[in-house]
Ligand binder design. Structure first.
Ligand code: BGC
Length: 812
């Protein structure tokens, strides 16, 4: 069936262009790169926060609202009796033209109605704590237009969680100040807070509102605020209830005339002893200074050009030209962009993550690292140190930490036994990219406790040891609370719907629950650790760990093979999970991915059989499902996984994050056709072409989960944007399919391609070098025959690193 389209890619501008505001789900973008962040939908819905989406929420947003995505930064234009918004919502007045262009850290929304064009450029300037909204109004008609313009933002009372619940307090605390064209939000500033926010416009205003009910009217909605409908601001001053900020401006435009207005949503922090300029009057010095930096169109355009230049640089580090637009646009633009957004936000704030729940995940953040380490190595370095600082002395780790405090999160605690391995995964990726071994000598504390510091290398060592010290009866890793699959809770045993599977007390005494996923992960990261030790001349340590890796391989071969695929786990009682002997969920993807990446039993045909089984049992039109067949009932020995209806999330959903593990397994095995066909199924640009309506969520980024073949509506996407899928897709395509792998001494070239692949070129900046690498596949799926570097033959497959510009030719 031909599916309706809502937009298209514009590769030249690195934008996705939405041409119908009624997308099947809000299609969002992210603004901000360091401290000040915003989420913005294609109708300008969303919110802003400073650093932490829970504790410093600047504007209010209501999740799961009716209608969806209500609340945002809105401009109401009253032209005679017609009131409309450039982004269509909230008034939903039919527009003569609508377009939303989501670009790299900016969004431009344009609407036209009755001869007036309103175009708003939204972005967060580099190093500044504010969101710019540059509104351009243009009269395209032949008559003079007298317009009434109302802006709108609703303040959040800072803590996004209590803002949604503590109304007996909240309705009395709200406070604002108004000074010329700036509305200041200062709730709780009188007591412990030293921060406030403001909403400013660089033009005189003819009125304002700061009290929500006065502006909207108690029985009206965002779609028809009383003040706007009557064309009369109330000049209200909020005391308690719900403070907002709305400017009122009368605009006259001659035919052909256009005017710019710069609106600024800003955030300020003051020193404790400089909080006030007069009793109860906030010190606005810093706000004035920030406003002065952005009070003209020229200044704003310059700040925007700086932002665009940043993205030019970031996206210049790895560029491919294959001639396949669908691949090139994902590799060169959207996949890298999604990795950066995921780095910035971890899993905290999207249209599926409310920003109040999770902090940064230990495993998540380590995996995200491979997605952006080539772009911002210094920040990757800091991230590794921050993550390692939440480790415990025994090698276990806090599962999550809060970005604002960087402290481990006590609610969830530790005990997820895959977590330690990921620290090796992230650190090795960082060193291979940068050559910076000095990170291993950094002194890093345990649980952030001063005085407990040991070197980062020591942290890696105890990470490996944590696995070795926690083996079960088959000498396979004990799973603990869960491994990568948070929902495989084998020691949880919960019958109480009021308790969380993630945090409830586990029965660990006497458990036999072991994980084949951790076994494979241990072998992969163990090999990396051994190579690192050898590189450092720590030969005894390398030998010690090699022994442990070998033992693990033997344990998997002996106790982890089911005949056609790798088992998934043993349960608390030592019974097989993911076996042909089980009634349901006979095969799982995670252990196939990790054990094939680890090449366990390749010589006995296990790898090939496992990969074939993935195709046979897990693959469907939209990707590979997590397990098959889906669980049809709740099994209390297994925990959350069986709590989901068939085909969703961890119960046989296509959990996109783990598809790349099998794809990499395919690449290592040299099966390029299969690797590519799995990859293309979950590549957003291919999905975009076919399934915009069915897929629902943004067609320019991966989502965490696509409903699997057992679901009611297979192919429907959910949980878009913030997912480890981004980094894994990047790692897969950049290093394993296109085959450009950073290594300690240079770049290893080892592509794995479909037979149909044409010649392609990768431009890769690497440390102080720049390589232009042309690959001639000649119909081969794998196997580099010869390489020349600047015209001279190279031995082996690693191009030795040396600064400067180089040309590389690769024949397969
Ligand atoms: C979590 C990951 C986890 C995955 C699978 C995601 O929501 O962020 O840490 O590995 O689910 O359960």
């Amino acid at each position: 069936m031909e599916q309706k389209r809502y937009g298209h890619f514009d590769d030249q501008h690195r934008e996705y262009v939405i041409t119908d505001p009624q997308t099947p789900w809000p299609w969002i973008n992210y603004l901000g790169n360091e401290d000040f962040f915003s989420l913005i939908s294609n109708t300008a819905g969303g919110y802003s926060f400073y650093k932490d989406a829970k504790f410093r929420r600047i504007t209010r947003y209501r999740y799961n609202n009716v209608p969806m995505d209500n609340g945002g930064r809105y401009f109401y234009i009253k032209d005679g009796d017609t009131v409309w918004n450039p982004g269509w919502k909230p008034c939903k007045t039919p527009l003569d033209f609508y377009e939303c262009r989501h670009g790299m850290s900016y969004t431009r929304i344009t609407g036209k109605k009755n001869g007036v064009e309103a175009s708003v450029l939204f972005f967060v300037p580099l190093k500044k704590w504010c969101e710019v909204q540059k509104l351009t109004l243009k009269n395209e008609s032949s008559e003079t237009k007298s317009l009434k313009l109302f802006s709108f933002e609703e303040w959040c009372l800072w803590n996004a969680a209590t803002d949604m619940e503590n109304f007996q307090r909240n309705f009395s605390t709200g406070e604002v100040e108004i000074e010329n064209s700036t509305i200041y939000h200062k709730t709780e500033y009188r007591e412990r807070r030293n921060h406030y926010a403001f909403y400013h416009v660089n033009a005189p205003i003819q009125g304002f509102d700061t009290d929500r009910e006065t502006f909207v009217g108690l029985y009206n909605e965002f779609a028809d605020p009383q003040a706007v409908m009557e064309g009369k601001p109330r000049n209200s001053h909020a005391h308690g209830w719900s403070p907002i900020a709305s400017h009122y401006i009368e605009v006259t435009l001659k035919p052909g005339e256009s005017k710019d207005f710069v609106f600024l949503l800003g955030y300020i922090e003051n020193e404790q002893d400089e909080k006030f300029e007069a009793p109860q009057v906030i010190n606005k010095k810093k706000a004035h200074a920030l406003i002065a930096e952005l009070d003209t169109t020229e200044k704003v355009d310059k700040a925007f050009a700086e932002l665009c230049a940043l993205w030019d640089n970031l996206l210049n580090i790895y560029k491919v030209k294959t001639g396949n637009d669908k691949l090139d646009r994902m590799v060169n633009i959207w996949n890298q962009y999604q990795c950066m957004v995921t780095f910035n936000f971890s899993r905290s704030a999207s249209f599926f993550e409310s920003g109040v729940g999770r902090g940064m995940g230990f495993r998540d953040s380590n995996q995200d690292l491979v997605g952006f380490v080539h772009q911002i190595p210094p920040r990757a370095r800091q991230r590794i140190i921050d993550i390692a600082s939440t480790q415990f002395p025994d090698g276990g780790c806090y599962h999550q930490y809060q970005p604002l405090t960087k402290r481990g999160n006590n609610d969830i605690g530790g005990g997820f036994n895959d977590d330690p391995c990921w620290l090796i995964f992230g650190t090795v990726a960082y060193i291979k990219e940068t050559g910076d071994f000095s990170i291993l000598d950094e002194m890093v504390p345990f649980d952030n406790q001063p005085g407990t510091e040991v070197t980062l290398f020591e942290h890696l060592k105890i990470s490996m040891d944590h696995v070795i010290k926690n083996l079960g009866p088959h000498m396979l890793p004990l799973i603990g609370r869960a491994d990568w699959n948070d929902c495989l809770n084998l020691n949880c045993f919960s019958w109480d719907p009021n308790e969380s599977f993630q945090t409830t007390e586990n029965v660990s005494e006497g458990t036999k629950a072991e994980s084949l996923m951790i076994a494979g992960l241990f072998v992969v990261t163990g090999k990396d650790y051994v190579a690192l030790c050898q590189k450092l001349g720590k030969n005894d340590e390398a030998a010690r760990m090699q022994k442990a890796v070998d033992a693990m391989i033997e344990a998997v071969k002996k106790h982890g093979w089911d005949g056609e695929w790798y088992l998934r786990a043993y349960d608390f009682y030592g019974r097989k999970i993911g076996s042909n002997e089980n009634d349901e969920a006979k095969i799982f993807i995670e252990s196939q991915g990790w054990c094939t990446m680890a090449e366990i039993g390749a010589e006995d045909g296990m790898v090939a059989k496992s990969l074939d089984s993935c195709k046979k049992y897990l693959e469907c039109e939209h990707g590979m499902v997590l397990n098959n067949p889906a669980f049809s009932k709740y099994i209390y020995e297994y925990g959350e996984i069986s709590s989901y209806p068939e085909g969703y999330k961890e119960n046989a959903g296509i959990f996109c994050h783990n598809n790349p593990w099998v794809i990499i397994g395919e690449c290592i095995a040299g099966r390029g056709n299969d690797a590519w066909s799995h990859y293309a199924k979950i590549l957003p640009s291919y999905v975009e072409e076919k399934y915009q309506t069915l897929h629902k969520v943004e067609p320019y980024v991966n989502c965490q989960m696509v409903a699997g073949k057992d679901a009611f509506r297979p192919g429907e996407g959910k949980n878009s944007w913030l997912t480890g899928t981004a980094a894994w897709m990047w790692y897969t395509v950049s290093e394993f399919i296109l085959g450009i792998k950073p290594d300690y001494d240079g770049i290893r070239i080892d592509p794995c391609l479909p037979e149909t692949a044409n010649d392609y070129t990768v431009q890769r900046k690497f440390r102080d070098a720049e390589y232009e690498i042309t690959i001639h596949p000649n119909g081969a799926q794998k196997g580099v025959k010869s390489i020349t570097l600047d015209g001279k033959p190279v031995d082996g497959t690693v191009i030795p690193y040396s600064a400067g510009k180089h040309t590389v030719e690769v024949t397969m």
